[in-house]
Design a protein around this ligand. Structure first.
Ligand SMILES: *Cc1c(COP(=O)(O)O)cnc(C)c1O
Length: 390
């Protein structure tokens, strides 16, 4: 299903606000969640967890928790934030290569659903900390499936060279350890191959790999109740208005078609970007338009401290001038004020003739935007507003 939907930007309200700030369209978030739950199938054996690291803004977390999703966390503070925002601890999964004792204790105190374990040493520490509290910890082993993803090198996670998970060669040994540790309940296997994946054949490759692994488990008579395939579904950064809601149907159908689940198995997903990216925009003002020797620059009051994705991953965000949409187009390098040459949002961007004070949108900024903001150059963190609160 391709939902048609257009975000409305309340220009007169924006004009009265200090910039930069994030603006979240909660109507679009609700539509995205409704579509996702519909395509996953209500009351099916597909369970979706929201990857909190994509955006932990409390207003968004409340909407997502209310929709009934679980939470996928990668730190102790994320677990605390998720619980405070209304997520059911019985639907929280927790991954990460470097879980500290304090973070593991936070997870145990909340009786979360499952630890996604990334090493034998971690397994032993979780066992000890659980035993000290007379608890048992449910764990899934995070397997590095050595499956590539057609995405940016910095956001592939399922290749043998990446730091994540346990290699297929070591898996049997780690399973033996998990089965023998008294305070550990081995309940599943976990995978996550990367992010911003639009080629469904990458997910098919993961399914094929999991099918092989499950046959290996069958041979040793082991049936695990949970399979977790992580997240990674991408979004259309070039055309946010054409594809406001990601193609969840194609995504879930890929798993329905290619993954051979055993009877009674539950399939878990950890989706971040695809849930929140399109509902968010970074709103800023043009501070100066400057003529260079060969090009002109539009210098914004937002910079890489507010949205680091272009500087970090050469990521594309659609840029729009909403103050003067009908003016004739000119080319600008759109840059921030931070003292780094990589503080560039886009080069040779065609914008309507742009002036000091114009309001500029950086679209599709709801995921890995606000949450990655920093205070470099002593810049304040960006504010945020929602369509409900503005
Ligand atoms: C980041 C991450 C996700 C979410 O990835 P998206 O591309 O935002 O869907 C899911 N699972 C794990 C383990 C992650 O690290």
């Amino acid at each position: 299903m391709t939902a048609t939907y257009t975000t409305r930007f309340p220009l007169d309200k924006f004009r009265r606000l200090d910039t930069p700030f994030y603006y979240y369209d909660l109507e679009l978030l609700r539509l995205t969640l409704a579509t996702l739950l519909n395509e996953a199938g209500h009351d099916s054996n597909f369970k979706v967890h929201y990857a909190v690291k994509a955006n932990a803004n409390p207003a968004l977390l409340r909407v997502i928790a209310n929709a009934g999703l679980g939470a996928d966390c990668v730190s102790g503070p994320e677990i605390s934030r998720a619980v405070e925002s209304g997520f059911d601890p019985a639907k929280i999964v927790y991954a990460g290569v470097g879980k500290t004792d304090r973070e593991i204790i936070t997870a145990l105190d909340h009786d979360i659903f499952c630890f996604n374990v990334e090493s034998e040493a971690e397994l032993e520490v979780i066992n000890q900390l659980a035993a000290d509290r007379a608890k048992r910890a449910r764990v899934a082993i995070r397997v590095n499936p050595d499956v590539g993803a057609h995405t940016h090198a910095n956001i592939t996670t399922g290749l043998a060279e990446n730091k994540f998970g346990i290699s297929m060669a070591d898996l049997d040994r780690v399973i033996d350890l998990a089965l023998n540790l008294p305070a550990i309940d081995l309940v599943g296997l976990h995978f996550h191959i990367g992010s911003q994946i639009l080629d469904m054949t990458d997910f098919t490759a993961l399914c094929n790999r999991i099918n092989l692994l499950q046959e290996r488990l069958d041979l040793r008579g082991l049936q695990l109740p949970h399979i977790n395939v992580g997240g990674g579904l991408g979004i259309d950064y070039r055309h946010p208005e054409r594809h406001p809601v990601p193609d969840f149907k194609a995504y879930f159908d890929t798993y329905r078609r290619h993954l051979q689940l055993r009877p009674g198995q539950t399939l878990h997903f950890e989706i971040g970007r695809a849930i929140v990216a399109q509902c968010g925009s970074l709103v800023s003002r043009v501070t100066y338009v400057k003529q260079g020797a060969s090009k002109q620059f539009a210098i914004l009051d937002a910079g890489m401290t507010d949205l680091i994705r272009p500087a970090l991953y050469q990521a594309f965000h659609k840029i729009e001038n909403i103050s003067n949409p009908e003016a004739p187009l000119e080319a600008y390098d759109v840059v921030g004020p931070v003292c780094e040459s990589s503080d560039v949002f886009g080069k040779d961007v065609e914008l309507p003739a742009t002036h000091r004070g114009d309001l500029i949108l950086l679209r599709s900024a709801g995921a890995y935007g606000e949450i990655m903001a920093s205070g470099y150059n002593c810049r304040p963190l960006p504010l945020s507003y929602t369509s409900d609160s503005i």
